[in-house]
Design a protein around this ligand. Structure first.
Ligand SMILES: [Zn+2]
Length: 276
């Protein structure tokens, strides 16, 4: 039996979260979550996101997108403290088991070589979770994962490297495949994927990303015909601007623009592409 999953990029918008060396935690949370999202989609996991861009989510809005609607929720975070604390942490609900949090932390520790700090639960009083992500998400089993300390130089430098960032992301993707009942496969694309999902600060503008494992055709006019194929995008690639969706034959395509403003057409099927 497979399980459903929602990934929560912690903080966002006016809530930057922790901060270290000029980076806001909210941005790394989103980068990590978008990467995991498109990879897990490609691996067949039924996965959603609480946010897809740099927008503010009040706690009530955030939990309304999670509570009782999924089997599992992963909330992605980085810590900050005094510049000396470091390492990986997992937090689980007082009503749950430590298993998933422990597994994800151990996978990240094994792949990154960062220290394992702790896997813990925290309560306000007996039987009441301290963190609202646990207290207010109902039957959805939520794990908060803290990948490291953004204000510690070693932890920061580790994740500032896209190759290392991707390895940590893949460690968690493998754990989430196991937890949701899916088979994990290594990514075909390298760190270029992380670059192509790089954050856009101008929120509200929709972009398109392919999560198809192979080459995906795009066309120079609304068409499915071989003669109108202009080029291909591979996994993780896409277009920075989605203009509109239109009916083409029996299917639908997006009219998109590349960074130069050239207009193309590509499938709108959610089996192949995501609009973020
Ligand atoms: Zn946080």
């Amino acid at each position: 039996m497979t399980k459903t999953l929602i990934i929560d990029p912690g903080h966002g918008g006016k809530d930057g979260g922790a901060r270290g060396f000029g980076v806001d935690e909210k941005d790394w949370n989103l980068k990590m979550s978008l990467y995991q999202y498109i990879r897990l989609k490609a691996l067949g996991v039924d996965v959603s996101l609480t946010r897809r861009e740099d927008n503010t989510l009040e706690p009530v809005q955030r939990v309304a997108r999670i509570k009782n609607q999924y089997d599992l929720c992963l909330s992605n975070h980085w810590n900050a403290f005094n510049g000396e604390a470091r390492g990986v942490e997992g937090i689980y609900s007082v009503h749950g088991k430590p298993d998933l949090a422990t597994d994800l932390v151990d996978r990240v520790v094994a792949k990154t070589g960062l220290p394992k700090r702790r896997v813990f639960k925290r309560e306000i009083k007996k039987g009441v979770d301290y963190y609202y992500m646990h207290r207010l998400t109902g039957k959805t089993e939520t794990v908060i994962l803290e990948y490291g300390f953004i204000d510690h130089p070693t932890d920061f430098n580790h994740y500032a490297d896209n190759t290392q960032f991707q390895l940590a992301a893949e460690a968690v993707i493998e754990g989430l495949c196991l937890a949701t009942g899916h088979v994990y496969r290594q990514p075909e694309a390298g760190v270029s994927v992380l670059k192509s999902i790089a954050l856009k600060k101008d929120s509200g503008k929709k972009r398109l990303v392919s999560h198809h494992a192979g080459k995906l055709r795009f066309y120079n006019k609304p068409s499915w015909s071989d003669k109108d194929v202009f080029g291909h995008v591979t996994f993780g690639q896409g277009f920075p601007t989605v203009v509109k969706k239109l009916k083409v034959g029996r299917g639908e395509q997006y009219q998109v623009k590349n960074s130069k403003g050239d207009v193309y057409y590509i499938t709108a099927s959610p089996a192949y592409v995501n609009v973020l």
